[in-house]
Ligand binder design. Structure first.
Ligand code: NDP
Ligand code: OXD
Length: 309
């Protein structure tokens, strides 16, 4: 097969090309070239690919996404139905997502932010002991990321519930299906979003949802910026409905310098780094799938276009 690596995101795309080529000695891997597309590629490995990809590589049969979320790819003009879209499954991201969530969960539940403020005043003041029953975690999404996040929180004995379309069970947590959203929210104090961005989930993190959470709730959004209605978050923070938020993904990235999130002490901002797909694991996974399809074998991680994930 001929494989083109086409990502506008990677700072060193040649390193990826070399790693993929080394893992795929029976195939040809090359870097996308704006000037000279070959027109012969069978597959592309992409993250934020150039707009001309489909026009200039009309023979593409497979699109391997370097990330888990395919929302941006699904909206690319020219993505034909005959291209099989394959997403990353974990690739080292799930454990990082769990670390990210634990960091902010522990920071809130163990008052570490308040101790940092006390240190700034050289103040020695132990605060109340933790009451884990007051720190109920609710994870939206029970997939590769959601399940790992939920299990990591449960391993530290936080009461954890998971909400998903199917109500897929996650060991050590309480599961809620689509119809169980109200009950899931009513028991949740720390809400973690790891849903894919789809027509059903866009704008799901909004005022009416925040109002159903336990009082003094905290939001961790590590999925997509468009899940969140920014003005509803700010209003709910002002009203004391929410105590704070950790946000990793934004409707516009990079987050513009004048965006209110940057300067709000109740909001922690990170630049879409909660879970990075690690090169070794990613190359191994994608190369394995390319070898499999070249041999006519089935692969996992194929995106269901109707579900949009
Ligand atoms: P998966 O496809 O494995 O899991 C998606 C989960 O969401 C499933 O449990 C699915 O339910 C559930 N779901 C989908 N639609 C709905 C809906 N309408 N209502 C309720 N539940 C729904 O995806 P991953 O776990 O691998 O990744 C999830 C997302 O995390 C990605 O799409 C991406 O946006 C984000 N991400 C962000 C990263 C970052 O660095 N910030 C890194 C990696 C991922 P069911 O089980 O029933 O199908
Ligand atoms: C992903 C991401 O979807 O990093 O993999 O956001």
């Amino acid at each position: 097969m001929e494989i083109v690596f086409a990502s506008r995101h990677e700072s060193n795309p040649l390193e990826w090309v070399r790693a993929l080529q080394a893992a795929l000695p029976d195939h040809r891997v090359r870097l996308w070239d704006d000037e000279e597309p070959s027109g012969r590629a069978d597959a592309a490995v992409v993250w934020a690919p150039p707009a001309g990809l489909f026009d200039r590589e009309p023979g593409l049969k497979y699109l391997f996404n370097l990330g888990a979320g395919v929302d941006a790819l699904l909206h690319m003009p020219g993505l034909s139905d005959r291209i099989t879209l394959v997403r990353m499954e974990d690739g080292g991201m799930a454990v990082q997502m769990a670390e990210y969530v634990l960091h902010y969960l522990i920071r809130e539940s163990r008052d570490l932010g308040r101790y940092a403020a006390q240190q700034a005043q050289a103040r020695w003041q132990p605060l109340a002991d933790i009451d884990r029953s007051a720190w109920t975690v609710g994870v939206m999404g029970a997939g590769v990321m959601g399940a790992r996040v939920a299990q990591a929180c449960a391993a530290l004995e936080y009461p954890v519930a998971v909400w998903s379309r199917s109500g897929r069970p996650v060991a050590g947590t309480e599961s809620f299906g689509r119809d169980g959203l109200a009950d899931f929210l009513a028991r949740t104090r720390v809400l973690v979003n790891v849903l894919p961005l789809t027509g059903d989930t866009r704008g799901i993190l909004c005022r009416s949802l925040f109002q159903q959470l336990r009082p003094d709730a905290y939001l961790i959004n590590i999925a997509r910026g468009d899940h969140l209605v920014a003005e509803d978050l700010l209003a709910c923070l002002d009203e004391g409905r929410l105590r704070g938020a950790a946000l990793d993904a934004f409707s516009q990235e990079p987050l513009p310098p004048d965006h209110p999130f940057w300067h709000d002490a109740r909001i922690q901002v990170t630049p879409h780094v909660a879970g990075a797909s690690l090169m070794d694991l990613t190359v191994r996974q994608i190369a394995g799938k390319i070898d499999a399809v070249a041999q006519g074998q089935p692969i996992t991680g194929i995106v269901d276009r109707a579900r949009q994930y």
